[in-house]
Design a protein around this ligand. Structure first.
Ligand SMILES: Nc1nc2c(ncn2[C@@H]2O[C@H](COP(=O)(O)OP(=O)(O)OP(=O)(O)O)[C@@H](O)[C@H]2O)c(=O)[nH]1
Ligand SMILES: [Mg+2]
Length: 326
């Protein structure tokens, strides 16, 4: 383990206080909280990052707001649903709640593919079509089989309020980079109608060889198509860090982990970094997504034509019978 960047001489508690002030100055520049999606492959530390971000905002203690953990079976994931947590749920103090702290959205991991299926799943997430506590693939299934109306039944909010304002892409600094998924992210966020800002986080810094951190970060940023100012290499609150400290993270904070996360979140919350073409509709000529929307409207059109023909048939039949009787 390498925790050599952390020294006891630095007063991280005061630094954390200054970083929170800087963050709140940024948040003061706008009113509506940003929707921040945390996206990445399975098991890289997405949920741990979300819990660490919330801990970094807190003056009390770390808490497990979204389930993180270890599953002993390959390919098995802990998070299976989209989990949306608003500032009113995770902030403790009324003073902090008066600022538009972001809404954080955790979800299941994406396969490392740049396939049409993965791109479709990303579109559903970014356009805010997946409702809170629903599974991405199940949402697509409902949309495919029951159309827009089926989706509305499981969506409790207007889609406009659920759209993602930015995306934090998470990968592990000790595993191979998920290059195919990163390519899909690049395509969906840059080449689609709605241009969503991307940030990148490499987790598990504690396990990464210190000689490789710079090159790893550079490679990560270039593959994701972002500048290094939009990236972070960090250690999350996790069991390994507890072991290093010889104590449990429950009921305490580690300001030395909070400070870099807060600096990064101040960048994420910059009002100048925003979606371009935000009003774009979730319609793509070649996607299944639009095909479903289209097929629903085409289906409705056929229903109207069918009803019209039946009514005409009934009228002609009645008139014919009436003429025959007379
Ligand atoms: N050493 C170390 N372990 C970490 C770090 N971040 C997460 N972990 C561990 O990695 C494992 C997976 O973390 P999760 O946060 O559940 O990962 P996830 O991406 O949400 O996983 P799924 O929801 O299953 O896709 C857990 O055992 C964490 O304790 C880190 O920065 N350092
Ligand atoms: Mg998870």
């Amino acid at each position: 383990m390498s925790f050599d960047t952390l020294t006891d001489d630095i007063d991280y508690q005061s630094l954390k206080f200054e970083e929170i002030q800087r963050l709140e100055e940024r948040l003061n520049e706008y009113k509506v909280p940003k929707n921040v999606a945390i996206i990445g492959p399975p098991r890289v530390g997405k949920s741990s990052l979300m819990n660490s971000i919330i801990a970094s905002f807190s003056s009390k203690c770390w808490r497990e707001r979204t389930r993180e953990g270890f599953v002993d079976q390959p390919g098995e994931q802990v998070t299976h649903h989209l989990i949306k947590i608003t500032k009113n749920e995770y902030l403790g103090s009324e003073r902090q709640k008066s600022y538009p702290y972001p809404t954080l959205i955790d979800m299941d991991g994406f396969d490392d593919e740049s396939s049409d299926e993965v791109k479709e799943q990303l579109r559903y997430v970014l356009f805010g079509v997946v409702p809170n506590e629903e599974n991405i693939k199940d949402t697509i299934r409902v949309h495919t089989s029951e159309g827009v109306r089926g989706l509305r039944e499981i969506c409790e909010q207007e889609q406009e309020h659920q759209r993602m304002d930015c995306l934090i892409f998470v990968a592990s600094s000790v595993d191979l980079l998920p290059c195919n998924l990163m390519e899909a992210i690049k395509q969906i966020t840059l080449e689609e109608e709605r241009d969503v800002p991307v940030f990148g986080v490499l987790t598990k810094k504690d396990k990464c060889n210190p000689d490789e951190t710079d090159s790893k970060k550079k490679e990560f940023c270039s593959k994701l198509g972002i500048s290094e100012t939009r990236s972070l290499l960090c250690t999350n609150y996790c069991g390994d860090y507890d072991n290093y400290k010889g104590q449990s993270r429950v009921n305490r904070l580690y300001p030395e982990l909070d400070v870099p996360i807060l600096t990064f979140m101040t960048q994420v919350c910059d009002p100048w970094i925003k979606v371009i073409r935000d009003k774009a509709l979730p319609v793509r000529s070649k996607s299944k997504f639009s095909a479903k929307t289209d097929s629903v409207s085409t289906g409705s059109r056929w229903k109207v034509v069918g009803c019209g023909l039946i009514i005409m048939g009934v009228v002609i039949f009645t008139m014919y019978k009436y003429v025959k009787i007379r």
